[in-house]
Design a protein around this ligand. Structure first.
Ligand code: 5GP
Ligand code: ZN
Length: 164
């Protein structure tokens, strides 16, 4: 096996709080999250940069990132600690774009209204969170994504200028 840490996570020989996997991709919590629930989606087969990745797999990586963003935003089950108002989906391709791990990965970064996060600074200033509880909440949210929303759990949209 190569010495890629993300390949080791896929193989199960390095630890990670996994939230999703299928035949092609794997998603797990970032070890140094910018916000709670910050997840990385990767292809299971090693690809260093986008130029090494086939388009179909790239589309699937984004599809899974899309579903994660929807699940996190929906914020179910009730009381989920990773409820968010939106998300940044970011892919740093190449060292010029600050890619630091040489295995393609899509960041899904939950965002809240008024969280005042500056994304570039966020990549430097990170706070640890309880990864097991966080990963379990995201897995539960993904499992509920294809069901009808729990309307009792809905929050009204924030008023203009509010910092919820
Ligand atoms: P990049 O700067 O390459 O876009 O982001 C790499 C990300 O991988 C960083 O956010 C970093 O915290 C995360 N990371 C690096 N090593 C590990 C690891 O061993 N496990 C996990 N879960 N995340 C990692
Ligand atoms: Zn790899």
């Amino acid at each position: 096996m190569n010495d890629c840490v993300f390949c080791r996570i896929v193989a199960g020989s390095a630890p990670a709080a996994k939230v999703y996997e299928d035949d092609t991709v794997c998603a797990f919590l970032d070890i140094r999250p910018i916000t709670r629930g910050h997840t990385l989606v990767i292809p299971k087969t090693h690809a260093g940069e986008l130029q090494d990745l086939d388009a179909e797999t790239g589309a699937h990586v984004f599809q899974v990132g899309h579903r994660l963003a929807l699940a996190i935003r929906r914020g179910e089950p009730a009381g989920s600690p990773v409820r968010a108002d939106g998300a940044n989906l970011v892919l740093n391709d190449g060292s010029a774009a600050f890619q630091t791990v040489g295995h393609v990965h899509l960041h899904v970064i939950p965002r809240k209204h008024g969280d005042t996060l500056r994304l570039a600074a966020g990549f430097l200033l990170r706070r640890p969170h309880d990864p097991e509880t966080t990963a379990a909440a995201i897995r539960a949210g993904l499992a509920l994504l294809d069901t009808e929303p729990d309307t009792d759990n809905e929050q009204p949209p924030p008023e203009k200028g509010s910092r919820r």
